[in-house]
Design a protein around this ligand. Structure first.
Ligand code: F6R
Length: 241
């Protein structure tokens, strides 16, 4: 495990974007596993600048996103497809057909989970998976539980996640209660993982994730077992070490 200690959110975003862009430069047709949320917004802004400056070319890149809310269409402004389109894909030269987000409107959600898992396999697996960290230790939407869910699956969101994510909706009632998420095995099979964490509010959980017991009650703790994990976190997030 490599831990990169950065000054603040901006610095974390630049360093993480450099790692992602190095991956794309080294393998132009790589498969990037992508995430949504506040942590990655700054990283995507950096990638857009790098692309516009001609420093990184996304034309060969394929992407798979970690998760999507069940019941939100891709054009709903809180869907993760919409987030990716507006915060990254529409502003870089990736081919939109090469981008993948689970379909939260699929008539058969279980079949969609199987399709998505097969898609990751057909793409040849994930070269670099970007992850944020939930306040309860979730990665993707793998919520604390008494077992590690392995493959892409439908998940009931925990109250704490619904509360945390309600900041993006008009009120808490509008936050979907279910999501599709890649599983722990789907994530752990990525060749390389980049976990990004910012802010004092995540310091306690980051300490548990990186140095506590490996347990499904803290889903991110499984990352300790990944052979190629890079953590980019700011001083505030690393303040409990
Ligand atoms: C989003 C995702 C989540 C977020 C996590 C942190 O695709 O998979 O695990 O990474 O909830 O969210 P932020 O960055 O908004 O604190």
């Amino acid at each position: 495990m490599i831990i990169i200690n950065t000054k603040n959110y901006e610095d974390m975003s630049r360093k993480a974007a450099n790692i992602l862009s190095a991956q794309v430069i080294l393998k132009h047709n790589c498969v990037l596993g992508l995430a949504t949320g506040s942590t990655v917004e700054g990283i995507y802004k950096q990638l857009i600048m790098m692309n516009q400056n001609g420093d990184v070319d996304f034309s060969g890149v394929r992407s798979v996103n970690l998760d999507e809310y069940v019941g939100l269409a891709g054009d709903h402004n809180q869907s993760y497809r919409y987030f990716m389109d507006t915060n990254l894909f529409n502003q870089i030269n990736i081919h939109i057909d090469n981008t993948n987000v689970p379909d939260g409107m699929a008539a058969d959600i279980e079949a969609e989970c199987i399709r998505y898992e097969n898609l990751i396999k057909e793409l040849g697996g994930i070269d670099l998976q970007l992850l944020g960290l939930g306040h309860n230790g979730h990665i993707g939407f793998n919520e604390p539980d008494d077992y590690f869910p392995l493959l892409t699956h439908r998940v009931q969101l925990k109250e704490s996640t619904i509360k945390a994510n309600s900041r993006f909706f008009e009120n808490e009632d509008q936050v979907p209660r279910e999501a599709i998420t890649m599983g722990i095995k789907s994530i752990m099979q990525a060749k390389r993982i980049l976990l990004c964490v910012s802010g004092e509010a995540k310091a306690e959980i980051l300490k548990k994730v990186l140095s506590g017991p490996v347990t499904p009650e803290v889903p991110g703790s499984i990352l300790q077992l990944h052979p190629n994990l890079t953590v980019v976190a700011d001083e505030a997030a690393l303040s409990r070490f």
